[in-house]
Design a protein around this ligand. Structure first.
Ligand code: FAD
Length: 302
């Protein structure tokens, strides 16, 4: 099924994001996590696409295995970094060939320094919106895009960020997933800004539970957005007790998810870092309402 169909079927969507590991051990851990999270019957799972190098092929391998060996619906992330249009078409064709019809279209960041200057591949595309159009023209795909509650770090202001986001949706996106954030109001402001432009593409909140203090710093690096100071202070107050930090992180993530769901978010997309425990704990604390487990795809062999 496509994510478009799954979202339209009603009920809340629950999904998990993985990254392609570099090592064999990492790959074994990932598969253990996938099997553990499969039991929750998520709506879909997604696999990120590396900035460059060897993990790019692994994205294709992992989504293929998910499509053929599990009951899960995979979404392949795809970025424009260092790819010509011909290479992007080839990659999209590979996803199709392994049975993947759901692609998250991203521009990606420059490899090495994500905050460095973006340089388009000479025969590539400039913006994610161009990639959305390319994927759409390549076949019958369901396409998702990225959204940024605090605006994209490269956007000069919130207004232009919103306009470009809406244009990206109109280029043919079926849904969006947000960058991680830690206050429900940040999500609702984004949703309201987008709706004010007459765009009603479902925006799924991306959530990353804080499990240790270093996650806070990592979130700022990954998202380019400041961690809320009042929440940082709550974590600092228990800084010398790692178990208390973890507990606070899980409880905070669960409260955030519940508020989002109760106020109309279409679902939750968990950034798992290939581990299942924190995600399962947060999920276990939620009143998931009418979460309809995803139907098993017809091709599933498991
Ligand atoms: P775009 O939508 O192209 O936007 C980039 C910037 O250009 C924004 O500032 C936007 O406002 C501006 N802009 C857009 N259109 C125009 C226009 N016409 N004129 C002027 N300005 C314009 N990265 C990876 O490498 N691999 C992954 O797997 C990955 N997965 C992600 C998943 C999610 C849910 C999210 C939120 C991010 C992910 N990223 C990933 C990171 C993402 O690639 C970067 O944040 C990237 O910098 C932005 O990508 P985008 O698709 O939003 O870009």
């Amino acid at each position: 099924p496509t994510i478009r169909e799954l979202l339209a079927a009603g009920g809340k969507s629950f999904s998990f994001e993985f990254f392609p590991p570099k090592t064999e051990t990492g790959m074994r851990n990932l598969w253990r996590t996938i099997r553990q999270l499969e039991a929750l019957r998520p709506t879909f799972v997604s696999v990120t696409y590396g900035a460059g190098g060897g993990t790019r092929d692994k994205t294709v391998e992992i989504v293929e295995r998910i499509a053929t060996e599990t009951t899960l619906t995979p979404v392949a992330h795809c970025t424009a970094v260092n790819h010509s249009v011909a290479e992007l078409r080839h990659l999209i064709g590979r996803f199709a060939a392994v049975g993947v019809r759901n692609i998250l279209a991203l521009r990606g960041d420059p490899p090495g320094d994500p905050t460095g200057e973006w340089v388009k591949h000479p025969q590539g595309v400039e913006y994610a919106a161009d990639l959305v159009r390319l994927i759409r023209s390549a076949g019958d795909f369901c396409v998702g895009v990225a959204a940024f509650p605090h605006r994209h770090p490269r956007s000069p202001d919130v207004e232009s960020d919103t306009r470009h986001f809406v244009a990206k949706c109109r280029a043919g996106a079926d849904y969006a997933i947000t960058q991680m954030f830690f206050r429900a109001e940040d999500y609702f402001r984004l949703r309201d800004r987008v709706a004010a432009h007459g765009c009603h593409v479902p925006i799924i909140p991306g959530i990353m539970p804080v499990t240790q203090l270093s996650t806070i710093e990592r979130s700022e690096q990954l998202s380019g957005a400041p961690f809320p100071p009042e929440l940082a202070a709550r974590f600092e107050a228990v800084a010398d007790d790692p178990e208390a930090v973890r507990r606070l992180g899980i409880e905070h993530a669960a409260e955030l998810c519940q508020e989002l769901l109760d106020q109309g978010a279409p679902g939750i997309h968990f950034i798992t870092f290939n581990k299942s425990t924190a995600t399962r704990e947060v999920y276990g604390l939620l009143d998931t309402g009418a979460h309809r487990p995803a139907p098993a795809p017809a091709t599933a062999t498991a």
